[in-house]
Design a protein around this ligand. Structure first.
Ligand code: X8Z
Ligand code: ZN
Length: 643
């Protein structure tokens, strides 16, 4: 059947120059085409939503209860869904959408014209889904033995290992946990990963991308996106280097020069977090002014009997105070906010949109502490975005780009974790704003935000290398540590070989979640925060008497909330640059917001490091990339003999 648009083109080509009648026909035709296209898209969006709903329900069942039966169900449904997606995609490709001028309609078609992993042949698709589910299962059910009691072997990442890494100050215990976690996860998924890479790349090429790195990058709608990220990192790096040097000094004081050198990379097991991605948990000994208030509210939360629900209610209250939407009843009924005792599940916190405009959930093994209070805001930010764009066509039910989605809850947290806000909600006694208190507050935020940037960057630098074939399975681990040293200035506490697979000890690597989104988020959230604070009339860079950016709290400010809402409502219906413009007036990602926020800390760290003549940066380690652990042992013997 010839579609009207095609007929119009044929008529024009065959009959030559159009007459005035033709012109009016063409206009009528085009109106008809537009109507036809809208009908086509309405139907597609409807089906897309229904299948996504089915798929997400099955995914949730498995993620919330990791049984063989749930896995089989999920795999069956996902195969069925993939068949539907493929057939819908074929119809889209037949449709002459590229001739349509209406940008909103074209954008929907363009999104529908990328099929994703459903492009794989059915058997390979099934294999791919199975590999990822198996890796998730290994990771999420991993247990290690207790350091002191090696017969007690039921320690899970959440809560036990996370807590131990937070609290233990015994470097040998920390090293033990660090190594054992990687044995229980990375080493076990190692053999599955090359096949995952192969199938990811195959799916990407079937979608006309050169590889999976290029496929991931499409969501950022900018050809020079990697260069944009690199430019941002170059602007932010000097601040990271100052913080790194100061923290290494504090670690040296805590653990001694035998454990932490003056000018080398920092040993990765001492930073209070399994992946050294945030360092907030070492603030107790690294804090600039120990006698002064440090806005850590964990004790107050425990003392006041907080539980998972209270934590999420506190987060919700912030959102509603700025005119955003409360969580629907179903959210409270169906979310999993505490770790169930009777089954294995994926504890890594996540937020879910079930594509029916009603069902939105969070799954989080919440612990009562400040870190999880902030994570609750983070997760609820995702749900708030779902709620704001729920009336968009299903294909636009995404963030403006993945980084925007990650930024929503964090923007709220920037206000919610100010000392004055914490005092207002009775979690902190003292909200002094003298210089020392300010520096403590900014330092804690720096250990969360600045420190994370090189981690997020190296995570996907590594995967870009892998997908682009620059790094192959015989040097996966070696490249991982090259990048960790280059960007984060950290080193493993024990020598590693290719028998280890340390990337596989991080959730997003084994769960196929792109990570550059968090780098983007950690930059743009400060742009958003600044714009909202200006809107709330709490921040005025021109006025020296105005509050500083890190003191601003938009709680209760409807104007700021409405500005955020205006942007969230767009979903992915417009390029992210337009969404960015709506909220900030700027079209680009910019480091200025973050740099302005941390300016007092930057100045303080620079002066402090000068005082003690700290080495800024790190001298590279002469590491040897070896294939096996036994090679490593013989290499170590040789070096010892030479010494
Ligand atoms: O994975 C998450 C969230 C869910 S989107 C809990 N985050 C990253 C991580 O844990 O590695 C939040 C910040 C970084
Ligand atoms: Zn998130």
């Amino acid at each position: 059947m010839l579609r009207p648009l095609l007929v119009a083109i044929l008529v024009t080509v065959v009959l030559g120059i159009p007459t005035p009648e033709d012109a009016s026909n063409a206009a009528a035709d085009s109106k008809q085409d537009l109507q036809g296209a809208k009908q086509f898209l309405d139907q597609l969006n409807k089906e897309y939503g229904e299948w996504n709903n089915k798929y997400t329900l099955a995914n949730w069942e498995y993620a919330a209860n990791l049984t063989e039966e749930n896995l089989a169900k999920k795999l069956n449904i996902s195969a069925e869904v993939a068949r539907y997606f493929k057939s819908a995609w074929e119809k889209v490709n037949e449709y002459p959408w590229k001739d349509i001028k209406d940008s909103g309609i074209r954008r929907q078609f363009k999104k529908f014209s990328v099929l994703g992993r459903s492009a794989l042949p059915e058997d390979r698709y099934q294999e791919y889904e199975k590999i990822i589910s198996d890796m998730e299962n290994i990771y999420s059910t991993a247990k290690i033995c207790d350091y002191k009691n090696r017969t007690k072997c039921d320690l899970a990442l959440e809560p036990e290992l996370t807590e131990l890494l937070m609290k233990s100050r015994d470097p040998e215990e920390l090293k033990y946990i660090w190594v054992e976690w990687r044995k229980a996860t990375g080493e076990k998924v190692k053999s599955l990963y090359p096949k995952y890479v192969e199938l990811s790349n195959l799916a990407a090429t079937l979608n006309n991308f050169s590889d999976n790195a290029a496929y991931w990058l499409k969501d950022y709608e900018a050809d020079d996106f990697p260069e944009q990220i690199e430019a941002l990192w170059q602007q932010l790096k000097p601040l990271y280097l100052q913080l790194h040097a100061y923290v290494r000094r504090e670690l040296r004081t805590e653990y001694g020069e035998n454990v932490v050198s003056k000018d080398g990379p920092i040993p990765a097991h001492l930073l209070g977090n399994m992946w050294a991605q945030t360092w907030t948990n070492i603030a107790d000994f690294a804090i600039p002014y120990p006698g002064k208030q440090m806005p850590d509210v964990t004790h107050a939360m425990i003392k006041q009997g907080y539980n998972a629900t209270t934590i999420f209610r506190v987060a919700e209250d912030f959102f509603t105070s700025i005119n955003l939407t409360a969580m629907p009843d179903l959210f409270w009924q169906r979310s999993i906010l505490e770790k169930p005792k009777d089954r294995e599940l994926i504890c890594h916190a996540s937020a879910w949109d079930f594509y029916d405009g009603k069902d939105f959930r969070i799954k989080q093994c919440t612990r009562v502490n400040m870190e999880d209070l902030l994570t609750a805001h983070h997760e609820m930010g995702h749900v708030e975005y779902y709620l704001q764009y729920k009336d968009q066509p299903n294909v636009f039910k995404e963030g403006a780009n993945p980084g925007f989605h990650e930024a929503v809850g964090d923007v709220i947290s920037l206000s919610a974790s100010t000392p004055s806000h914490l005092k207002a909600i009775k979690l902190l006694d003292d909200d002094s704003t003298d210089t020392e208190a300010n520096i403590n507050h900014l330092f804690l935020k720096g250990l969360e935000k600045i420190v994370f940037l090189p981690f997020a960057y190296m995570m996907d630098k590594w995967r870009w290398n892998v997908f682009q074939g620059k790094v192959t399975s015989d040097n996966y681990n070696c490249n991982w540590w090259d990048l960790a040293e280059e960007f984060q200035g950290i080193e493993p506490p024990v020598d590693r070989s290719e028998d280890d697979f340390d990337p596989g000890a991080k959730y997003h690597i084994i769960a196929d979640v792109e990570y550059m989104r968090y780098f983007v988020s950690f930059v743009v959230q400060f742009q958003f925060h600044k714009a909202l604070c200006i809107e709330a009339k709490q921040y005025n860079p021109q006025n020296p008497n105005s509050k500083l950016l890190h003191e601003c709290d938009i709680y209760n400010n409807k104007a700021a909330g409405n500005l955020l809402k205006n942007m969230l409502e767009l979903g992915s219906s417009k390029p992210w640059q337009d969404a960015m413009e709506r909220i900030t007036g700027q079209k680009n990602m910019e480091s200025a917001g973050l740099l302005e926020y941390f300016k007092p800390l930057t100045d303080w760290l620079t002066a402090e490091n000068k005082k003690t003549n700290e080495y800024i940066g790190w001298k590279p380690r002469a590491r040897q990339c070896v294939q096996t652990r036994s090679e490593l042992a013989s290499f170590e013997e040789k070096t010892e003999a030479n010494e």
